[in-house]
Design a protein around this ligand. Structure first.
Ligand code: AMP
Ligand code: GLY
Length: 424
């Protein structure tokens, strides 16, 4: 099977490295890819949102399957377009991807089908939203832009002033464009957060190992929200009992709700969960693998990933026996100084071999370019240093030991990845 993967970050590199292990996989292409991905696949300079360009590329390379990994092309109907062009695709179509691309859609879905989530109201008028928040007088208040907002559409307002500012920038200044035409105002939930990714073809639901992201830029969950500064899997906080509750109350009902709405979901469904004192509740759905969750979950998969991907696309996932390693995996992100704000690019990276790897770990490239025989930075999140070991402690110490041998100017990482999961 020749496969084209759409995207250019760490998630796509992790997907490609996992597909590479499969004896079923022939040629691998990535569009647009990055410097590290180019060591494992042929990178093609087509923008991830360019539907016509992607269809032409799929035809030119005569691929057997297209794996659409990022949220933007999924939300924009890339799968619909490529399927119409005759290609087998991994990923939900535009209608099903709305579970991520519209918060209003996903909240209304959960309400209609009784899936546990934070209480909420929807507003298209900032004055009405503010009046509601004032009348509730409960802080923090959570305000979410309806549409995609590069992971930055959620504001946790500590008081009325912050709420007013957030509503102004989302709905009037439209910092995320039309994504802020409507907002969801919801109840603030507390508890540890876990992510469960699940393989589904709309007929069966197969959860993967539960992972934990670290979204804030700095140690102790301080600083601004990022795309994710590191992950671990499995998380010990997600017990067998919680897993069973989630399967009964959240995962299966979500799959069935999407079917009932005429939007069967095929691909990777991402459940962002809060383990509240009242039980697990959905914080958000995503229509794709998480980044950097994919980096720690895929290495634990023992079954041929390409077999799962093809079966999902064909609707025969129920025929595949999916097995998981009992080991643990950790990923530490090395980021550019200043990220998630402004940062410089083009910094030379030292400590990698000529394939962009390092001893004892897997180095996943998120934002690198390859130039003059070496790697240089080209993004905010640069590398994900990933280690697998019999215990989480060991995986973390291996990842940090390797991370400490890799360097570029301005490089930083969080030193406390996994600490909460280990009860430290
Ligand atoms: P998101 O961009 O949707 O992943 O949200 C960013 C972060 O905001 C989440 O990872 C949570 O930590 C936090 N968050 C979102 N919704 C809520 C909520 N209802 N209560 C508390 N925290 C929330
Ligand atoms: N790591 C969070 C996400 O991929 O949305």
């Amino acid at each position: 099977m020749d496969i084209l993967v759409i995207g250019s970050g760490g998630r796509e590199h992790a997907i490609i490295r996992k597909l590479r292990q499969s004896p079923r996989v022939g040629r691998l292409y990535c569009a647009p890819g990055n410097g590290g991905i180019a060591q494992d696949a042929e990178c093609c300079p087509v923008n991830a949102m360019d539907k016509a360009g992607m269809l032409a590329l799929a035809k030119e390379k005569a691929v057997d399957l297209v794996f659409v990994a990022p949220d933007d092309p999924l939300g924009a109907g890339m799968v619909d377009y490529l399927e119409e062009g005759g290609f087998l695709c991994y990923g939900p179509n535009c209608q099903a991807a709305q579970i991520e691309s519209s918060k209003v859609f996903s909240k209304n879905l959960m309400k209609k089908y009784g899936i546990p989530t934070a209480g909420y109201e929807v507003f298209d008028d900032p004055a009405a939203a503010l009046a509601y928040i004032k009348s509730q007088n409960q802080y923090p208040a959570v305000i979410k832009a309806d549409g995609l907002a590069v992971g930055k559409g959620v504001v946790i307002a500590q008081n009325e002033k912050e709420a007013a500012e957030a509503l102004h920038s989302l709905m009037e200044d439209k910092i995320f464009g039309d994504s802020g035409n409507r907002v969801v105002v919801e109840e603030f939930l507390t508890g540890p957060e876990v992510t469960v990714l699940a393989f589904t073809d709309g007929k069966v639901m197969r959860p993967m190992a539960a992972s934990m992201d670290h979204k804030r830029a700095h140690d102790g969950d301080q600083g601004p929200n990022t795309g994710g500064m590191g992950t671990i899997a499995p998380t010990p906080l997600y017990t067998e009992e919680i897993a069973q509750t989630c399967m009964e109350k959240i995962f299966m009902p979500t799959m069935e709700a999407m079917n009932a709405e005429g939007r069967p979901f095929k691909g990777c469904l991402y459940f962002g969960l809060m383990l509240t004192p009242q039980g697990p509740k959905v914080i958000e759905y995503n229509s794709r693998f998480g980044d950097p969750e994919a980096q720690v979950v895929l290495p634990l998969l023992e079954t041929d990933f390409a077999e799962i991907v093809e079966a999902t696309a064909r609707g025969t996932l129920g025929d595949v026996d999916i097995r998981w390693s009992k080991e643990a995996c950790a990923c530490v992100i090395l980021a550019s100084g200043g990220y998630p704000g402004g940062y410089e690019k083009g910094k030379a990276i030292t400590g990698l071999d000529e394939k962009g790897q390092a001893e004892g770990v897997e180095v996943i490239h998120a934002g690198t370019q390859y130039e003059n025989g070496g790697f240089a930075t080209s993004g905010g999140r640069v590398l994900g240093i990933t280690a697998k070991a019999p215990t989480l402690e060991e995986a973390l110490s291996r990842a940090y030991a390797a991370a400490d041998r890799i360097h570029f100017e301005g490089c930083f990482c969080r030193r406390d990845i996994g600490a909460r999961a280990l009860g430290r």
